[in-house]
Design a protein around this ligand. Structure first.
Ligand code: C2E
Ligand code: MG
Ligand code: MG
Ligand code: MG
Length: 275
């Protein structure tokens, strides 16, 4: 009967849907080889402290240049890597690479810049995630305070008790935790007070909504005030124009990141942004 239903369902697939599924399957297959073939790299985007104008951190962002598919966006492959489990070794590679980068920055004499690394909840759920992170830091000789882990809000809430425990352990290690894409998950406000985090990243959609009229309305300002009341540092992501920056300054947002300042860049170019 299941087969029947499957067959019946199939006739409702349109060509476009079929193309999407075939592409997903192809991407999943080529990702397996992509790690061995060194097709992944990291780009780094600076985060500027508004008050001092200095670079506070770089966010590491994964890039995949595939011989078969060309440049594939993380939006198109992170989900596939999560469902295939590849995100676990891939995420470990990202952490190692990102730590090498910041180690280099520190060795060049820039001792107050840290690295922010995106982490999937699938990674966080691994039994040995904490010891993996600890191992990488020790291996690189990097102080945990140089590392910040960004975890997307919406998925964090799904298994809140376990995730909270994991996050507490990471913080005890000395690693900072940042809640990414804040505002996109509907339970955010319920849990925000209890979440053991250091930084809140306001999702780009709220920055996009800042009016260019100079009018000080919009949700971003309220989110900043709320986060400050909870003692959190606030990062605005996806800042693209001066109006948005002015608004964020007016609301005492701590840190800004976006194309207005710099796109994510390969390591060598990112280094050149440091004065
Ligand atoms: P995210 O962590 O929220 O990263 C911010 C995304 O916004 C990045 O897209 C960045 O390139 C983009 N961005 C930054 N400034 C601007 C701007 O001013 N305008 C616009 N339009 N976009 C801006 P990217 O690099 O394509 O990454 C997309 C998402 O993929 C990330 O969102 C993150 O959730 C995920 N991702 C990227 N690298 C990794 C990784 O190493 N591990 C995991 N688990 N996820 C990753
Ligand atoms: Mg992020
Ligand atoms: Mg984000
Ligand atoms: Mg995002």
């Amino acid at each position: 009967a299941a087969k029947e239903a499957g067959r019946r369902n199939y006739i409702f697939f349109d060509k476009n849907m079929n193309d999407i599924i075939v592409r997903k399957m192809k991407i999943q297959n080529s990702m397996k080889k992509a790690m061995e073939n060194n097709e992944f790299s990291l780009h780094y985007q600076p985060q500027y402290e508004i008050a001092s104008n200095r670079i506070r951190a770089f966010e590491a962002l994964l890039r995949w240049n595939s011989p078969e598919h060309g440049f594939v966006s993380p939006a198109d492959f992170i989900g596939i890597a999560e469902s295939s489990g590849l995100i676990v070794p891939l995420g470990e590679w990202v952490l190692n690479e990102a730590c090498d980068f910041i180690k280099h920055v520190i060795d060049m004499g820039h001792e107050n810049i840290s690295i922010s690394v995106n982490v999937s909840v699938i990674q966080l759920m691994q039994e040995d995630f904490l010891s993996m992170v600890d191992g990488v830091l020790k291996n690189k000789g990097l102080k945990p305070s140089y590392l910040e882990l960004e975890i997307t809000e919406s998925v964090l809430i799904e298994n809140i008790d376990l995730n909270m425990k994991k996050i507490k352990e990471l913080r005890e290690l000395g690693v900072k935790i940042s809640l990414d894409d804040f505002g996109t998950g509907y339970s955010s406000l319920t849990y925000l007070r209890e979440l053991p985090i250091d930084v809140l990243k306001i999702d780009k959609s709220f920055i996009d909504n800042i009016l260019s009229t100079g009018e000080k309305s919009g949700l971003a300002g309220s989110i900043i005030s709320l986060a400050h009341d909870l003692g959190l540092e606030v990062v605005a992501e996806g800042v693209e124009n001066e109006e948005q920056l002015k608004y964020l300054e007016w609301y005492n947002c701590d840190v800004v990141q976006g194309y207005l300042f710099s796109r994510p860049l390969p390591g060598e170019k990112a280094m050149k942004l440091i004065p």
